[in-house]
Design a protein. Structure first.
Length: 366
Protein backbone atom coordinates (compact mmCIF):
# COMPACT_ATOMS: atom_id res chain seq x y z
CA UNK A 1 0.00 0.00 0.00
CA UNK A 2 1.34 3.44 -0.94
CA UNK A 3 1.08 6.54 1.29
CA UNK A 4 -2.22 8.41 0.90
CA UNK A 5 -2.73 11.40 -1.34
CA UNK A 6 -2.35 14.71 0.51
CA UNK A 7 -5.40 16.03 -1.35
CA UNK A 8 -7.68 13.40 0.19
CA UNK A 9 -10.29 14.34 2.79
CA UNK A 10 -8.67 14.18 6.24
CA UNK A 11 -9.32 10.97 8.15
CA UNK A 12 -8.20 12.48 11.46
CA UNK A 13 -8.49 16.18 12.20
CA UNK A 14 -6.98 17.88 15.24
CA UNK A 15 -8.55 21.32 15.51
CA UNK A 16 -6.95 23.77 17.92
CA UNK A 17 -6.13 21.24 20.65
CA UNK A 18 -4.66 22.72 23.85
CA UNK A 19 -3.86 20.99 27.14
CA UNK A 20 -2.97 22.95 30.26
CA UNK A 21 -1.85 21.59 33.61
CA UNK A 22 -2.36 24.56 35.96
CA UNK A 23 0.05 27.18 34.61
CA UNK A 24 1.91 24.78 32.33
CA UNK A 25 0.79 24.57 28.68
CA UNK A 26 1.74 21.03 27.61
CA UNK A 27 0.12 21.23 24.17
CA UNK A 28 -0.60 24.60 22.59
CA UNK A 29 -3.22 25.13 19.85
CA UNK A 30 -2.32 22.21 17.57
CA UNK A 31 -3.94 21.98 14.14
CA UNK A 32 -3.32 18.87 12.04
CA UNK A 33 -4.96 16.79 9.31
CA UNK A 34 -3.94 13.15 8.84
CA UNK A 35 -5.01 11.07 5.84
CA UNK A 36 -6.36 7.53 5.94
CA UNK A 37 -3.57 4.96 5.83
CA UNK A 38 -0.90 7.50 6.77
CA UNK A 39 1.87 6.75 9.26
CA UNK A 40 2.46 10.01 11.12
CA UNK A 41 5.23 10.62 13.66
CA UNK A 42 5.30 13.10 16.54
CA UNK A 43 9.01 13.69 17.12
CA UNK A 44 10.62 15.58 19.96
CA UNK A 45 12.63 15.39 23.15
CA UNK A 46 11.16 14.54 26.55
CA UNK A 47 8.62 17.08 27.79
CA UNK A 48 7.81 18.53 24.36
CA UNK A 49 4.12 17.51 24.58
CA UNK A 50 4.08 14.63 22.10
CA UNK A 51 2.90 11.97 24.57
CA UNK A 52 0.22 14.28 25.97
CA UNK A 53 -1.10 14.84 22.45
CA UNK A 54 -1.11 11.09 21.79
CA UNK A 55 -2.98 10.44 25.04
CA UNK A 56 -5.62 13.02 24.06
CA UNK A 57 -6.14 11.15 20.78
CA UNK A 58 -6.66 7.95 22.76
CA UNK A 59 -9.03 9.58 25.26
CA UNK A 60 -6.68 9.20 28.24
CA UNK A 61 -6.32 12.98 28.60
CA UNK A 62 -9.04 15.59 28.15
CA UNK A 63 -8.19 18.67 26.07
CA UNK A 64 -8.53 22.04 27.76
CA UNK A 65 -9.84 23.36 24.45
CA UNK A 66 -10.15 22.27 20.83
CA UNK A 67 -11.67 19.27 19.07
CA UNK A 68 -10.65 15.91 17.62
CA UNK A 69 -12.52 14.52 14.61
CA UNK A 70 -12.27 10.96 13.29
CA UNK A 71 -13.94 10.43 9.91
CA UNK A 72 -15.83 13.66 10.49
CA UNK A 73 -17.19 12.62 13.92
CA UNK A 74 -16.27 14.68 16.98
CA UNK A 75 -14.71 12.21 19.42
CA UNK A 76 -13.25 14.81 21.80
CA UNK A 77 -15.43 13.82 24.75
CA UNK A 78 -15.69 10.09 24.07
CA UNK A 79 -14.05 7.82 26.68
CA UNK A 80 -11.27 5.49 25.44
CA UNK A 81 -13.48 2.40 25.35
CA UNK A 82 -15.95 4.09 22.97
CA UNK A 83 -13.30 5.19 20.47
CA UNK A 84 -12.38 2.94 17.50
CA UNK A 85 -8.77 3.46 18.54
CA UNK A 86 -6.14 1.17 20.03
CA UNK A 87 -2.90 2.19 21.71
CA UNK A 88 0.28 0.15 21.94
CA UNK A 89 2.27 1.22 24.96
CA UNK A 90 6.05 1.43 25.24
CA UNK A 91 6.12 -1.38 27.82
CA UNK A 92 3.91 -3.59 25.56
CA UNK A 93 1.75 -4.38 28.67
CA UNK A 94 1.49 -8.09 27.86
CA UNK A 95 -0.15 -10.31 30.47
CA UNK A 96 2.67 -12.56 31.76
CA UNK A 97 0.32 -15.38 32.83
CA UNK A 98 -1.41 -15.63 29.44
CA UNK A 99 -0.15 -17.32 26.29
CA UNK A 100 0.57 -15.36 23.13
CA UNK A 101 -2.76 -16.59 21.72
CA UNK A 102 -4.71 -15.45 24.79
CA UNK A 103 -2.92 -12.09 24.93
CA UNK A 104 -4.03 -11.36 21.37
CA UNK A 105 -7.52 -12.69 22.06
CA UNK A 106 -8.01 -10.70 25.27
CA UNK A 107 -9.81 -7.69 23.83
CA UNK A 108 -11.91 -9.82 21.49
CA UNK A 109 -13.15 -11.94 24.41
CA UNK A 110 -14.09 -8.81 26.37
CA UNK A 111 -16.09 -7.62 23.37
CA UNK A 112 -18.05 -10.88 23.38
CA UNK A 113 -16.89 -12.14 20.00
CA UNK A 114 -17.86 -15.79 19.35
CA UNK A 115 -15.14 -18.30 20.21
CA UNK A 116 -14.75 -19.59 16.64
CA UNK A 117 -14.40 -16.05 15.29
CA UNK A 118 -11.81 -15.25 17.96
CA UNK A 119 -9.73 -18.26 16.95
CA UNK A 120 -9.88 -17.25 13.29
CA UNK A 121 -8.95 -13.62 14.03
CA UNK A 122 -6.05 -14.56 16.32
CA UNK A 123 -4.66 -16.99 13.74
CA UNK A 124 -4.83 -14.17 11.17
CA UNK A 125 -2.91 -11.87 13.51
CA UNK A 126 -0.29 -14.52 14.30
CA UNK A 127 0.21 -15.05 10.58
CA UNK A 128 0.43 -11.30 9.99
CA UNK A 129 3.24 -10.83 12.52
CA UNK A 130 4.89 -14.18 11.59
CA UNK A 131 4.44 -15.78 15.03
CA UNK A 132 2.22 -18.76 14.19
CA UNK A 133 4.53 -21.31 15.88
CA UNK A 134 4.57 -19.28 19.12
CA UNK A 135 0.86 -19.13 20.00
CA UNK A 136 1.19 -21.35 23.08
CA UNK A 137 4.22 -19.63 24.55
CA UNK A 138 4.21 -17.15 27.42
CA UNK A 139 5.69 -13.64 26.96
CA UNK A 140 8.84 -14.45 28.99
CA UNK A 141 9.65 -17.20 26.48
CA UNK A 142 9.89 -14.67 23.63
CA UNK A 143 12.59 -12.27 22.51
CA UNK A 144 12.05 -8.52 22.80
CA UNK A 145 11.24 -8.25 19.11
CA UNK A 146 8.72 -11.09 19.34
CA UNK A 147 7.04 -9.48 22.36
CA UNK A 148 6.76 -6.26 20.38
CA UNK A 149 5.01 -8.10 17.54
CA UNK A 150 2.59 -9.78 19.97
CA UNK A 151 1.68 -6.35 21.36
CA UNK A 152 1.16 -5.08 17.81
CA UNK A 153 -1.00 -8.09 16.92
CA UNK A 154 -3.15 -7.51 20.01
CA UNK A 155 -3.53 -3.83 19.08
CA UNK A 156 -4.61 -4.72 15.54
CA UNK A 157 -6.86 -7.67 16.44
CA UNK A 158 -9.89 -5.47 17.09
CA UNK A 159 -9.34 -3.77 13.71
CA UNK A 160 -9.12 -0.21 15.03
CA UNK A 161 -9.61 2.70 12.69
CA UNK A 162 -6.65 4.47 14.30
CA UNK A 163 -3.56 2.92 15.91
CA UNK A 164 -1.48 4.88 18.42
CA UNK A 165 2.13 3.83 19.06
CA UNK A 166 3.95 5.20 22.11
CA UNK A 167 7.73 4.79 21.58
CA UNK A 168 7.03 1.41 19.92
CA UNK A 169 10.66 0.27 19.60
CA UNK A 170 12.28 1.93 22.62
CA UNK A 171 12.66 -1.33 24.54
CA UNK A 172 14.70 -3.02 21.79
CA UNK A 173 18.46 -2.92 21.32
CA UNK A 174 19.85 -0.86 18.43
CA UNK A 175 20.34 -3.62 15.86
CA UNK A 176 16.97 -5.23 16.56
CA UNK A 177 15.30 -1.82 16.53
CA UNK A 178 16.70 -1.05 13.08
CA UNK A 179 15.52 -4.40 11.70
CA UNK A 180 12.08 -4.09 13.29
CA UNK A 181 11.38 -0.60 11.92
CA UNK A 182 10.75 -1.79 8.36
CA UNK A 183 8.98 -4.95 9.55
CA UNK A 184 6.54 -2.80 11.51
CA UNK A 185 5.95 -0.48 8.55
CA UNK A 186 5.29 -3.44 6.26
CA UNK A 187 2.70 -4.83 8.70
CA UNK A 188 0.94 -1.47 9.03
CA UNK A 189 0.92 -1.02 5.25
CA UNK A 190 -0.49 -4.52 4.75
CA UNK A 191 -3.34 -3.86 7.19
CA UNK A 192 -3.88 -0.31 5.91
CA UNK A 193 -4.45 1.13 9.38
CA UNK A 194 -3.91 4.84 10.03
CA UNK A 195 -1.17 5.29 12.60
CA UNK A 196 0.13 8.08 14.85
CA UNK A 197 3.38 7.29 16.61
CA UNK A 198 5.39 9.10 19.24
CA UNK A 199 9.17 8.87 19.31
CA UNK A 200 12.24 10.78 20.44
CA UNK A 201 14.36 8.80 17.97
CA UNK A 202 14.84 10.82 14.78
CA UNK A 203 16.07 7.79 12.81
CA UNK A 204 12.96 5.84 13.79
CA UNK A 205 10.71 8.69 12.66
CA UNK A 206 12.60 9.17 9.39
CA UNK A 207 12.48 5.43 8.59
CA UNK A 208 8.86 4.72 9.48
CA UNK A 209 6.76 7.84 8.94
CA UNK A 210 5.17 9.33 5.83
CA UNK A 211 5.22 12.71 7.58
CA UNK A 212 6.79 14.06 10.75
CA UNK A 213 5.87 16.89 13.11
CA UNK A 214 8.83 18.15 15.14
CA UNK A 215 7.55 19.35 18.53
CA UNK A 216 9.03 21.68 21.11
CA UNK A 217 7.32 23.33 24.09
CA UNK A 218 3.93 21.96 23.07
CA UNK A 219 3.99 23.34 19.53
CA UNK A 220 4.82 22.14 16.02
CA UNK A 221 8.04 23.74 14.80
CA UNK A 222 7.93 22.07 11.39
CA UNK A 223 5.74 19.53 9.64
CA UNK A 224 6.71 17.66 6.50
CA UNK A 225 8.05 14.50 4.91
CA UNK A 226 11.33 13.07 6.23
CA UNK A 227 13.16 14.52 3.22
CA UNK A 228 11.64 17.97 3.77
CA UNK A 229 12.50 17.98 7.46
CA UNK A 230 16.09 16.83 6.93
CA UNK A 231 17.01 18.72 3.75
CA UNK A 232 15.06 21.92 4.41
CA UNK A 233 15.04 22.65 8.17
CA UNK A 234 13.26 25.92 8.91
CA UNK A 235 15.01 26.73 12.19
CA UNK A 236 18.39 26.22 13.83
CA UNK A 237 16.76 23.94 16.39
CA UNK A 238 15.42 21.57 13.72
CA UNK A 239 18.68 21.60 11.76
CA UNK A 240 20.54 20.62 14.92
CA UNK A 241 17.89 18.20 16.24
CA UNK A 242 17.60 16.16 13.03
CA UNK A 243 20.90 14.50 12.20
CA UNK A 244 24.32 16.15 12.49
CA UNK A 245 24.96 19.65 11.23
CA UNK A 246 27.58 22.38 11.16
CA UNK A 247 26.03 25.80 11.87
CA UNK A 248 27.65 29.05 10.73
CA UNK A 249 26.68 32.66 11.43
CA UNK A 250 27.04 35.13 8.62
CA UNK A 251 25.65 38.13 6.79
CA UNK A 252 24.03 38.41 3.38
CA UNK A 253 26.39 40.13 0.91
CA UNK A 254 24.69 39.24 -2.41
CA UNK A 255 21.06 38.43 -3.18
CA UNK A 256 20.03 37.81 -6.78
CA UNK A 257 17.06 35.81 -8.13
CA UNK A 258 19.29 32.84 -9.02
CA UNK A 259 21.83 32.96 -6.20
CA UNK A 260 22.92 34.59 -2.97
CA UNK A 261 26.16 34.83 -1.02
CA UNK A 262 26.65 34.73 2.73
CA UNK A 263 29.95 35.76 4.30
CA UNK A 264 30.99 33.91 7.46
CA UNK A 265 34.23 33.95 9.45
CA UNK A 266 35.30 30.72 7.79
CA UNK A 267 34.10 30.87 4.18
CA UNK A 268 32.05 32.68 1.59
CA UNK A 269 28.96 30.55 0.95
CA UNK A 270 27.58 30.71 -2.60
CA UNK A 271 24.03 29.34 -2.65
CA UNK A 272 22.19 28.51 -5.87
CA UNK A 273 19.03 30.50 -5.15
CA UNK A 274 18.02 33.92 -3.90
CA UNK A 275 16.26 34.51 -0.57
CA UNK A 276 14.66 37.98 -1.07
CA UNK A 277 16.49 39.27 1.95
CA UNK A 278 18.13 42.55 2.93
CA UNK A 279 21.83 43.06 2.33
CA UNK A 280 23.96 42.71 5.48
CA UNK A 281 21.16 40.95 7.34
CA UNK A 282 22.36 38.28 9.75
CA UNK A 283 21.70 34.68 8.71
CA UNK A 284 22.46 31.14 9.75
CA UNK A 285 23.95 28.55 7.43
CA UNK A 286 23.37 24.83 8.03
CA UNK A 287 25.80 22.45 6.32
CA UNK A 288 25.46 18.69 6.82
CA UNK A 289 28.73 16.74 7.30
CA UNK A 290 27.96 14.37 4.41
CA UNK A 291 27.44 17.25 1.95
CA UNK A 292 31.17 18.08 1.95
CA UNK A 293 34.04 16.50 0.02
CA UNK A 294 37.60 16.33 1.36
CA UNK A 295 40.70 16.70 -0.81
CA UNK A 296 44.32 16.50 0.21
CA UNK A 297 46.27 19.69 0.82
CA UNK A 298 45.25 23.32 1.11
CA UNK A 299 43.59 24.51 -2.09
CA UNK A 300 42.30 27.97 -2.89
CA UNK A 301 38.63 28.30 -3.84
CA UNK A 302 36.74 31.60 -4.19
CA UNK A 303 33.77 30.20 -2.28
CA UNK A 304 32.16 27.06 -0.85
CA UNK A 305 35.37 25.73 0.67
CA UNK A 306 37.64 26.07 3.64
CA UNK A 307 41.10 24.84 4.51
CA UNK A 308 41.72 22.93 7.68
CA UNK A 309 43.71 20.33 9.55
CA UNK A 310 42.37 16.91 10.52
CA UNK A 311 42.14 17.03 14.32
CA UNK A 312 40.15 13.81 14.83
CA UNK A 313 39.04 10.72 12.95
CA UNK A 314 36.52 7.98 13.76
CA UNK A 315 36.00 4.92 11.59
CA UNK A 316 32.28 4.05 11.74
CA UNK A 317 32.17 1.20 9.22
CA UNK A 318 30.01 2.59 6.42
CA UNK A 319 31.61 6.02 6.77
CA UNK A 320 34.52 7.81 8.43
CA UNK A 321 33.86 10.91 10.52
CA UNK A 322 36.51 13.62 10.47
CA UNK A 323 36.89 16.64 12.71
CA UNK A 324 38.62 19.57 11.03
CA UNK A 325 40.29 22.44 12.84
CA UNK A 326 39.91 25.65 10.81
CA UNK A 327 42.18 28.72 10.97
CA UNK A 328 39.48 30.47 13.03
CA UNK A 329 39.92 27.67 15.66
CA UNK A 330 36.44 26.43 14.85
CA UNK A 331 35.94 22.66 14.59
CA UNK A 332 33.83 21.21 11.77
CA UNK A 333 32.53 17.66 11.24
CA UNK A 334 32.83 16.01 7.81
CA UNK A 335 31.75 12.45 6.97
CA UNK A 336 33.13 10.46 4.05
CA UNK A 337 31.47 7.31 2.71
CA UNK A 338 33.65 4.19 2.79
CA UNK A 339 32.47 2.94 -0.59
CA UNK A 340 36.05 2.02 -1.52
CA UNK A 341 37.36 -0.61 0.92
CA UNK A 342 40.99 0.19 0.04
CA UNK A 343 40.86 3.98 0.14
CA UNK A 344 43.47 5.56 2.39
CA UNK A 345 41.92 7.73 5.12
CA UNK A 346 43.28 11.15 5.98
CA UNK A 347 45.59 11.01 8.99
CA UNK A 348 45.24 13.22 12.03
CA UNK A 349 47.36 16.30 11.38
CA UNK A 350 46.85 16.17 7.60
CA UNK A 351 46.18 19.40 5.73
CA UNK A 352 42.91 19.15 3.79
CA UNK A 353 40.36 21.26 1.95
CA UNK A 354 36.62 20.76 2.42
CA UNK A 355 34.36 21.93 -0.39
CA UNK A 356 30.70 21.58 -1.31
CA UNK A 357 28.12 22.22 -4.04
CA UNK A 358 26.02 25.39 -4.18
CA UNK A 359 22.86 23.41 -3.28
CA UNK A 360 24.39 21.87 -0.14
CA UNK A 361 24.01 24.72 2.42
CA UNK A 362 20.64 25.68 3.88
CA UNK A 363 19.98 29.34 4.69
CA UNK A 364 18.15 29.78 7.99
CA UNK A 365 16.49 33.02 8.97
CA UNK A 366 15.29 32.85 12.58
Amino acid sequence: MTPPSPSAKPFLRIDGITRRFDEVVAVNDIHLDIQQGEIFALLGSSGCGKSTLLRMLGGFETPTSGHIYLEGEDITDLPPYERPINMMFQSYALFPHLTVFDNIAFGLKRDGMPKADIATRVEQMLDLVQLKPFGKRKPHQLSGGQQQRVALARSLAKRPKLLLLDEPLAALDKKLRERTQLELVNILRKVGVTCVMVTHDQEEAMTMADRIAVMKDGEFLQLGTPIEIYEHPQTRFIADFIGNVNMFDGRLVTDEPDHCEVQTDDALFYIGHGISGTLNMELGIALRPEKMTLTEGHQNHPNNAFQGTVSGRSYMGSYTAYELLLPSKRRVRVTVSNADRHADPFDVGAAVTAHWADNAPVVIVD
